[in-house]
Design a binder for this molecule. Structure first.
Ligand code: GNR
Ligand code: NI
Length: 170
């Protein structure tokens, strides 16, 4: 299958709530490989299955510069979140060229299965923590622009529709 198309905001399919993965089989491992390939090709630090129109709880993240730090999260759960919050600029492959500040937990403790089906737990901070929260939002049908004001969101929606229109024409 290889590289997959990434849904672009305001596509209503981005608001689909993903279901848990029942069994980590060849189909899921193939999905993980395709998500990784798609993420690296698009130069993103993370990608949720929701963004490629697959509504199962699967995420890939790689915040390393060398593309050698892939993290695969299947059926992820936040088991702990810091009271401390952090405000940082976010972008999204589904909302290209838009960046704005979002408030996130500074640290999170995550439990998830890896591609072999083994459940693991780890603590994240910095960009990895932000990426985990951003991707887990996607699985709940939430895009980061929903944290922004209605005015900003409406401007972004119009910009995205125009961008898509211009690209189709070009
Ligand atoms: O590539 C991405 N960069 C990014 C930067 C700051 C906060 C979150 C992200 S995730 C994003 C890729 C993406 O859209 N994942 O869903
Ligand atoms: Ni995103």
């Amino acid at each position: 299958m290889g590289r997959l198309d990434i849904l672009r905001y305001p596509d209503p399919r981005l608001h689909t709530v993903a279901r848990p993965v029942a069994e980590i089989d060849e189909r899921i491992r193939r999905l993980v490989d395709d998500l990784l390939e798609t993420m690296y090709e698009a130069e993103g630090v993370g990608l949720a299955a929701t963004q490629v129109d697959v509504h199962e709880r699967v995420i890939v993240i790689d915040v390393s510069d060398a593309h050698d730090g892939a993290v695969v999260l299947i059926n992820p759960v936040l088991v702990e979140t810091s009271e401390e919050m952090t405000l940082g600029d976010e972008g999204c492959l589904s909302v290209p060229e838009i960046y704005d500040k979002v408030l996130r937990h500074a640290r999170v403790r995550v439990r998830a299965a890896d591609r072999s089906g083994q459940t693991r737990e780890f603590e994240a901070e910095g960009l990895l923590s932000v990426a985990v929260q951003h991707e887990m939002d996607h699985l709940l049908g939430k895009v980061f622009v929903e944290y922004l004001s209605p005015l900003k969101r409406s401007r972004i929606r119009k910009r995205m529709l125009k961008k898509t229109r211009d690209e189709v024409r070009a």
